[in-house]
Design a protein around this ligand. Structure first.
Ligand code: IMP
Length: 369
């Protein structure tokens, strides 16, 4: 008989944080958003930590070497998109390496890979300077991911870090953690350009997925002594959703739309009715599938789409936007009396809100001018 999960599948917009006590000592300037991104023994420091818990999505319309460089300078991590030829992706990694040369950030060169051509791709990417890889897949609870993780570990040991995913429950997390993933990405169907749920009926509300997988990560740490960080991927529609994801236990978030909106993203700006938009499309959209891999033999073009092509309002310079978001997050940490991610998790009080509360959450009963 089919298994039924308890409770509904909920998303970030259905939750709010209830403030906790704020002592005088807790101020925004003291909030530390550092986070571990690689597997490590409980009680020890991870080899790789980010200064801010932000990763940019492995997408053609989001992360090239330019965006990865801008985000890297602020202490986050970009993954250069994998839906391009090995030669083109390797060039981007090499260019990014050159921009970081000689700095500590050099070790934070990220690149996406897939479970098909990884032997050739990983070899070239590592040679060009990539140090953190991530398997890019809409659904990662598969033997293909295990094979790919094994191959990378056998060939590079712990010199190269590799994330896997995406999963949305404890079973998926435990599988990838057992396979040796350095971090696990969580989220199916919640992305802004994603139509996976409509196309296939696969997925889970992002909040429920994070809450469940965070509990599995903690249980895994208790059982094995190994802490495997989790990344909440997709569905950050407002800045406060980042704080919610962190409060629910995510170690970091991955965002597509958020980064695509900045001037530094790889896509064109378009003016419509006096407003500036940026192009943003899903990796499962016809537009993204149009690169050469999909036109060859076993990778013949997919017969259906899991993503859309869109326009999003442009949001100016990345550094300005990220700094404003960080101010909001730090301010919410202060409201919760928390100075770091662990304190936020320990102290956060969350409530599910009614549909009517969602209406009340925006400006209402006034004419905005
Ligand atoms: P966003 O931050 O809500 O825009 O979501 C970005 C995330 O959506 C990415 O990191 C991927 O996990 C996911 N994604 C990217 N392209 C597609 C697609 O075409 N279909 C479904 N999910 C996608």
């Amino acid at each position: 008989m089919a298994y039924y999960f308890d409770g509904k599948s909920r998303t970030f917009a259905e939750y709010l944080l209830i403030p906790g006590f704020t002592p005088k000592s807790v101020t925004a300037d003291k909030v530390d958003l550092r986070t571990p991104i690689t597997r490590h023994k409980v009680g020890t420091q991870a080899e790789y930590e980010l200064q801010i818990p932000f990763m940019s999505a492995i997408m053609q319309s989001v992360t090239d070497d330019k965006l990865a460089h801008e985000l890297g300078k602020l202490g986050g991590l970009g993954f250069i998109f994998a839906a391009q030829s090995v030669e083109k992706q390797t060039k981007m990694v090499r260019d990014l390496y050159a921009k970081f040369k000689g700095t500590e950030n050099e070790k934070f060169i990220g690149a996406g890979i897939n479970t098909h051509d990884y032997k050739e791709r990983v070899t070239a990417l590592v040679d060009a300077g990539a140090r953190v890889l991530c398997i890019d897949s809409s659904e990662g609870f598969t033997e293909w991911q295990s094979k790919c993780l094994n191959w990378v570990h056998e060939n590079y040991g712990s010199d190269i870090k590799i994330g896997a995913g995406n999963v949305v429950d404890a079973d998926g997390f435990n599988y990838l953690a057992d396979c040796g993933a350095d971090f696990v990405k969580v989220g199916i169907g919640g992305g802004s350009i994603c139509i996976t749920r409509e196309a296939k009926g696969i997925g889970r509300g992002q909040a429920s997925a994070i809450i469940d997988v965070a509990a599995a990560r903690d249980a895994y740490a208790t059982k094995t002594g190994e802490y495997v960080p989790i990344c909440s991927d997709g569905g950050i529609a407002r800045d406060y959703h980042i704080t919610l994801a962190l409060a629910m236990g995510a170690d970091m978030v991955m965002m597509g739309k958020y980064f695509a909106a900045f001037d530094e993203s790889p896509t064109a700006a378009v003016t419509l009715d006096g407003r500036t938009y940026k192009q943003y499309w899903g990796e499962g959209s016809a537009r993204a599938q149009n690169w050469e891999r999909y036109n060859q033999g076993e990778f013949a073009r997919l017969k259906f789409e899991e993503g859309v092509d869109s326009l999003i309002l442009s949001n100016g310079k990345l550094a300005d936007g990220v700094n404003q978001t960080l101010s909001k997050i730090k301010s919410a940490f202060v409201n919760c009396g928390a100075l770091n991610l662990q304190e936020l998790r320990d102290k956060a009080k969350l409530t599910v809100i009614s549909g009517q509360s969602i209406v009340e959450g925006g400006a209402h009963d006034v004419k905005t001018v």
